[in-house]
Design a protein around this ligand. Structure first.
Ligand code: SAH
Length: 240
C-alpha cells in the first residue's frame, strides 16, 4: 500500500516534468500573446473600451498574420499599417471603437465594406453569426479570403466587388461597417440595413472625416450620431 502510494506520487512528478515544458512550448508557440495583451491594456482598455467579449476577441486574434511579413513586429503598435494597394489595416483602437459601436450580437449577420487585410472581418466573425465582406481590389479580396480560411474563420464570406452596391443578395443585414470613407453614406447600404440594425462608417473627404453611427429603428426610421474624427482611406468610386 505504502509502496503503491509512493509510486503514484513519483508518477505524478514524472508527469509534471513532462507536462510543464510542453505547456511552455505551447505558450511560446505564439510569441505575440504578450504584445496582444499589452495592446488591449494600453491602447484599448485605457481609452475606455471595456466590453469583455470584444476584449477577449482582440486578445485572441493574431493580428500579425494579417499584415505583410516585413511589418509583423509592428502589428500591435498604436497606429494603422500599410498593406499594399493604397490600403491600410486600421489602428487597433479604431477597430475596437467601431466594433463596439456596431455592437454585433451572436445571431447577427454583418456586412463589411473594405475587407483589406481581413483583420476586422476576423474580429467580427467571432462576435456575429455570419460576416459578408466586400473588397474592391481583387488581390486583397483573394489574400484576405485565404488567410481567413487558413485560420479557420469559417463564417466569413469575401467577395471582390464595389462596396457602394453592398451585397443585395444577402441583405438585409443587422450590422454594416465601412472601413473606407465615402463622401456620404451610400443610400444602397442604408437600404440593406435591417430594421433595428446599426451602420458604422467614416464619412467625409480627405482629413475631414467623422465616424457616423446610423441606427434604423423598428419602424425603419433613421437616427444619426457622430462619434469623433477619424482618417480612413477614401472609398473608391464604383467601377474604378
Ligand atoms: N477592414 C480592413 C481595412 C481596410 S482599408 C482591415 O481590417 O484590414 C479600406 C479598404 O477598402 C481597402 O482595402 C480598399 O481597397 C477598400 N475599398 C476602397 N474602396 C472600396 C469600394 N468602393 N468597395 C469595396 N472596397 C473598397
Amino acid at each position: 500500500m505504502r509502496d503503491h502510494r509512493h509510486g503514484s506520487h513519483r508518477g505524478r512528478i514524472v508527469r509534471a516534468m513532462l507536462v510543464l515544458p510542453l505547456a511552455g512550448l505551447l505558450v511560446s508557440a505564439d510569441p505575440y500573446v504578450a504584445q496582444r495583451e499589452r495592446m488591449v491594456r494600453e491602447q484599448i482598455e485605457s481609452r475606455g473600451i471595456h466590453g469583455a467579449e470584444l476584449l477577449r476577441v482582440l486578445r485572441a486574434t493574431p493580428r500579425h498574420l494579417f499584415v505583410p511579413i516585413a511589418s509583423r513586429s509592428l502589428a500591435y503598435d498604436d497606429h494603422p499599417l500599410p498593406i499594399g494597394y493604397e490600403a491600410t489595416i486600421s489602428q487597433p483602437y479604431i477597430v475596437a471603437l467601431m466594433t463596439g459601436l456596431l455592437a454585433p450580437r451572436k445571431t447577427d449577420r454583418v456586412l463589411e465594406i473594405g475587407t483589406g487585410s481581413g483583420y476586422q472581418a476576423a474580429v467580427l466573425s467571432q462576435l456575429a453569426e455570419q460576416v459578408y465582406t466586400v473588397e474592391i481590389v481583387p488581390e486583397l479580396a483573394q489574400s484576405a479570403g485565404r488567410i481567413l480560411a487558413d485560420l479557420g474563420y469559417r463564417n466569413v464570406t469575401v467577395r471582390q466587388g464595389d462596396g457602394y452596391k453592398g451585397w443585395p443578395e444577402q441583405a438585409p443585414f443587422d450590422g454594416i461597417i465601412l472601413t473606407a470613407a465615402p463622401p456620404e453614406v451610400p443610400r444602397a447600404l442604408i437600404g440593406q440595413l435591417a430594421n433595428g440594425g446599426r451602420l458604422v462608417a467614416p464619412v467625409g473627404r480627405g482629413w475631414n472625416q467623422q465616424l457616423v453611427l446610423i441606427e434604423k429603428d423598428a419602424n425603419g426610421r433613421i437616427r444619426r450620431r457622430y462619434a469623433g474624427d477619424v482618417v480612413f482611406v477614401p472609398m473608391r468610386p464604383g467601377g474604378v
